[in-house]
Each structure stands twice: as structure tokens, then as C-alpha cells.
Design a protein around this ligand. Structure first.
Ligand SMILES: [Zn+2]
Ligand SMILES: [Zn+2]
Length: 460
């Protein structure tokens, strides 16, 4: 899904510490290392994920001048050791306080020497960055055979989602009315984004519909569910004649009929299969639109381990005997450092256990009073699912544009019946997996996401 080549995702905290380290002095160049995890793409592409920033110590500069720099081997030996142990990648970042925003011939010689030594200890690809300001940079890739190439894309993930290097070149005039709202640069970023949508029901189909019309470049749709007649009241783009059809096919048809430039990949499968969940690694953002607990646990892990913001969307109508008691909507954004769906009680151990039971086991245990029985289908009404989907897509726009101003909240709660809109930022609970910073940006590992996966059914 992502463009081939090597790209980089930095946590915003790491970009900030690089800015502080590299521009502490502007009379000479400065250098720092970035330790990265790896995320291998389907197409041979690779994404590096920042894990830690390590300064070059003052005594480790062999030369440090206004326009050149050389670091001693002692400086990188311990970082390379860690890179090798973790199976990660190493970036060398340095400043050009007086420009240019490019690698110099001196950089070519110095980095060729350094990366030859690094590749012997820990085979790459690795990379290097030149900064002329705390958020102005270019990057390049150092391949194991000594070849170099441009770092095609650099994104930053945190309170905001930024594309520092990359973005589509052209903006289609069909998006004129929204370019008037947030400018051509944001439109170029949208056209270059790969966004996953997990679950194409009431909320997911409304999220999909809006991402398509915003001009998102690539969409990866995942759902193994079939459309049934009672879905037509809320699944956008659906027809009564779609009964039995995979929900992702309905969305693909909507995209094809629209003629819009978005490239859509539809997977009729479940993120509970590792082979399907792995496909999400190519996404810049993922929308969680499933009401099941185990898929949301998978997405929570994806957010921290792959630095992929997950915007989890849910609507809940509480009705009794045909009368609405409450209608709640929730948009929770999962990023490293924010509490996950487990911390927030949206995914619970009991819920996961009950979901893992077969229908007959569950009914038996329910009869014995151990778990809740299989619920009757929950109420779902199109204005509620659609508004919550819109809130989720607006959250993506906030992260791209900052139109809501600086804000640390990671959850928006909507009560239609009161009516009331509230935001919060709950810190992770210390014992939760999401609070373990050593997993942030870890990338590829065995087993995938550190989870136990079910045996996969043969491909249908
Ligand atoms: Zn340089
Ligand atoms: Zn958590």
C-alpha cells in the first residue's frame, strides 16, 4: 500500500528533542542518533519508526565546525549494539545551521565511512538526516551494499499528524471547496495518506464515504462481515439487493461509481488473522469502526508498536421497549502515551473472554449465570452512527490542520440525548501494555504485536 522505498515516522517528542539537541548551538554543526524499529511493507518498502534519540557526546566529535562534522567510532558503538539486539535501524541526524538543506560532499565521505562500519555490525537499511531548522529536514537511506537513496517520506506522529517530507504534487481542482477551508498543503497531504478502515458497518461506511470525498490517496478497507437486509438502514452506499455481499465490496462499488481518485483496497477478512492485521502496517492512520473487543485490542497494540494513530469510533443507543434512554457517541484516538481502550474500560478481560467463546458455550455459561448471554441485536440509527463517524473524521482533520488549536485530549464523548459534548485525556494505567514505552515504535516482532494469533483458515 505504501510507496516502495524507505520512509520514516518520528514521534513528535523525538522531533522536539532532535530540534533541541541540534540547534542548542548554531555556531557549529551538531549530531544525534535516532534508534528505530522497522516495519517491512508488502512490496519491499520499509518504514523506520523512531524509538529513542541519543545525543553525540561533546568528547566524541573528532571535528565540529560551522560547516563540517566528524564523529568518532566510540560514539556509535553502543547505539549500534542496541540496534543489533533489537533488530532495528540507526539514523544519524546532524544540523546545517547555515544551510544548505542537502547533504554535502563532506557528509558523503563521512557517512560512507560510518555506515560501512555500522552495516558490518548490524545490516541496514539505515539512514541519515540533515536539519536546517527544527522541522526542516531531508533524509537519505543507506543500504547494506553502500548504495544511498532519498528518504521519500518523513511523517511525525503525536498530538498532530504531519508530513515533513512527501505529499502529493498536484491538487485536483475538484477539491477546490475544501482547499478554500484548509489550504493546498493539507490537500496534498490527504492525497498522499494511506488510511485503514476496520469495520464497514454503520459508522465505518460513513467514515469511508467521507475519507473518499476528502480525497484521501489510498484506503485499505477490512471487514469479513456479509451485508444483511437489516443493515440497509445505516450502511451508506448499500442497496436492498446487496444481501449476502461482503460489506467491503459495497464500499468498493461506491468508490468506483464516484470516479474519485482514491485507490481502494478491500480485504474480505478479519484483523483477528495476523496476515490481514499485518496489512495495516502500511497505513498512516486507522479508523476502528468495529464493535467487537478483540479487533479493538489488536488496533490498540498497532497504535503503540507501529506509531499509527488509531481513531476508534463507536455509537451506543440504549433503548428499552422501543423507547430511547440514551444515545452516546465516542471517538477515542490511540497514540503512544495516551490511554488505550483497555485502560479506558472499552475493552475488558471479561468481554474478551466472552467474545472468544463459541455461541453454544456462551449460551450455556449465560444460562448458568457466568457471562452475559448473546445480546439481541443492539439498536442502530443512521443519524447517530453518521454523526459519530463525522466526529472521527473531524478528529483526523484536527490532527492534520490543528483547526481546533493546541489540545491534548484524546477522546471526545457525545451525548445526543442531553445534549452534551466533552473531551478528556486520561493517562494510561501504569500496569497496562500501552504504558510500556519500550514497546513504542518496536515495529516488526515475533509474534506480531506480541499477541497470540489464531490458526488461519485457508484463503477463500
Ligand atoms: Zn553535513
Ligand atoms: Zn492501556
Amino acid at each position: 500500500m505504501s510507496a516502495p522505498g524507505v520512509t520514516l515516522t518520528l514521534r513528535s517528542e523525538h522531533l522536539a528533542s532532535l530540534g533541541a539537541l541540534l540547534f542548542d548551538r548554531t555556531d557549529v554543526e551538531s549530531a544525534a542518533y535516532v534508534l528505530c524499529g522497522r516495519s517491512a511493507g508488502e512490496d519491499g518498502s520499509e518504514r523506520l519508526l523512531s524509538r529513542a534519540v541519543v545525543p553525540v557526546r561533546p568528547q566524541h566529535y573528532r571535528r565540529r565546525e560551522r560547516d563540517r562534522l566528524s564523529v568518532a567510532d566510540e560514539s556509535f558503538v553502543p547505539v549500534v549494539k542496541r540496534v543489533r539486539t533489537e533488530g532495528g535501524a540507526l539514523l544519524l541526524a546532524h544540523s546545517h545551521p547555515d544551510g544548505p538543506l542537502a547533504f554535502s560532499e563532506q557528509d558523503d565521505r563521512e557517512e560512507a565511512r560510518l555506515f560501512a562500519a555500522v552495516q558490518r555490525r548490524a545490516p541496514g537499511p539505515h539512514g541519515s538526516l540533515v536539519f536546517t531548522a527544527p522541522d526542516e529536514l531531508v533524509g537519505r537511506v543507506w543500504r547494506p551494499d553502500g548504495r544511498t537513496g532519498p528518504m521519500a517520506r518523513v511523517t511525525v506522529v503525536g498530538e498532530r499528524l504531519r508530513v515533513l517530507v512527501g505529499g502529493a504534487e498536484d491538487v485536483s481542482p475538484i477539491f477546490d471547496r475544501q482547499v478554500r477551508a484548509f489550504g493546498p498543503d493539507v490537500q496534498r497531504v490527504l492525497a498522499d495518506l494511506t488510511v485503514g478502515v476496520v469495520g464497514l458497518g454503520g459508522t465505518g461506511s460513513a467514515v469511508f464515504e467521507q475519507l473518499l470525498r476528502l480525497g484521501v490517496g489510498r484506503l485499505l478497507l477490512i471487514d469479513d462481515d456479509r451485508f444483511d437486509g437489516t443493515n440497509v438502514n445505516r450502511v451508506h452506499g448499500s442497496r436492498l439487493t446487496d444481501v449476502g455481499r461482503p460489506k467491503v465490496e459495497i464500499a468498493s462499488r461506491t468508490a468506483a461509481d464516484s470516479g474519485l481518485p482514491t485507490r481502494v483496497t478491500a480485504i474480505d477478512g478479519s484483523v483477528l488473522d495476523a496476515s490481514v492485521a499485518r496489512r495495516l502496517r502500511g497505513c498512516d492512520v486507522v479508523f476502528g469502526c468495529t464493535d467487537r473487543q478483540l479487533p479493538r485490542l489488536v488496533l490498540s497494540r498497532l497504535a503503540t508498536r507501529y506509531l499509527i494513530p488509531v481513531i476508534d469510533v463507536g455509537a451506543l443507543v440504549d433503548a428499552h421497549d422501543g423507547t430511547i434512554r440514551s444515545v452516546a457517541g465516542r471517538v477515542t484516538t490511540l497514540v503512544p502515551g495516551a490511554s488505550c481502550l483497555l485502560c479506558r474500560g472499552q475493552v475488558t478481560a471479561d468481554g474478551l473472554r466472552a467474545e472468544a467463546l463459541s455461541a453454544s458455550d456462551r449460551e450455556r455459561l449465560a444460562a448458568e449465570g457466568y457471562v452475559r448471554g448473546l445480546d439481541a441485536p443492539s439498536p442502530a440509527v443512521v443519524p447517530f452512527t453518521t454523526v459519530v463517524a463525522s466526529l472521527g473524521v473531524a478528529e483526523l482533520l484536527q490532527r492534520l490542520t490543528g483547526f481546533m488549536g493546541p489540545r491534548a485530549s484524546t477522546e471526545t464523548l457525545l451525548r445526543f440525548d442531553l445534549p452534551k459534548l466533552a473531551t478528556n485525556a486520561v493517562p494510561p494505567s501504569a500496569s497496562c501494555d500501552c504504558a510500556d514505552a519500550s514497546t513504542w515504535g518496536r515495529g516488526d516482532e515475533e509474534p506480531f504485536l506480541g499477541l497470540t494469533w489464531r490458526q488461519e483458515a485457508p484463503a477463500r
